[in-house]
Design a protein around this ligand. Structure first.
Ligand code: ADP
Length: 163
């Protein structure tokens, strides 16, 4: 059985993340989407909220599990006996950063954790959690960026109650 982990901040999960999750879930027998509990980042949603959003969004994907972790990804992956990390590449600007993380993880894990990159579907290539938050903070339209139930939760954070 081949298992993989898709780690990230998911603050909040976007349609781009969901696209990567759907595609990765077809490639591996089991996919753990894991929210990084990064205290250094000032997150809009708590880890519990982010987990619950991901659970709701992946409800119809039976081989997808949602979890959270803190500390190093290689330690978490070792505990779960997972040897593949999935990451998304939107544009060349993601590449340098992602390459560095992937190389570091492979080195630190003595080759036990490798990274598989999925390129973004073009319609989501421009999407990022930060831009979703910025647009929503000015009460702009994020309906093309996140599922409807997530848009509602994001607007609630910024004091806009949508009908
Ligand atoms: P991090 O803070 O770890 O970068 P993110 O939640 O922003 O976490 O992203 C997690 C992963 O999802 C990263 O590999 C990122 O490149 C990828 N990703 C983010 N947005 C998209 C998108 N629109 N399409 C595909 N992949 C994406």
């Amino acid at each position: 059985m081949i298992s993989a982990v898709y780690p990230g901040s998911f603050d909040p999960m976007t349609l781009g993340h969901l696209d990567v999750i759907r595609r990765a879930s077809k490639m591996f027998d089991h996919l753990t989407v894991s929210v990084l509990d990064n205290k250094a980042k000032n997150a809009l949603f708590s880890v519990e909220e982010r987990v619950s959003i991901l659970e709701e969004a992946t409800r119809e994907l039976p081989n997808v599990e949602v979890d959270s972790f803190n500390g190093l990804l290689i330690d978490y992956a070792r505990q779960k006996d997972i040897h593949i990390s999935v990451r998304g590449l939107r544009a060349i600007t993601d590449f340098e950063y992602e390459l560095q993380i992937a190389q570091t993880n492979r080195k630190l894990s003595d080759g036990k954790l490798d990274t598989v990159f999925l390129t973004t579907s073009l319609e989501y290539a421009y999407l990022s959690s930060s831009s979703v938050k910025e647009i929503a903070s000015f009460h702009g339209d994020i309906s093309q960026c996140v599922p409807a139930f997530v848009a509602k939760l994001v607007y609630e954070k910024y004091g806009r109650i949508d009908e």
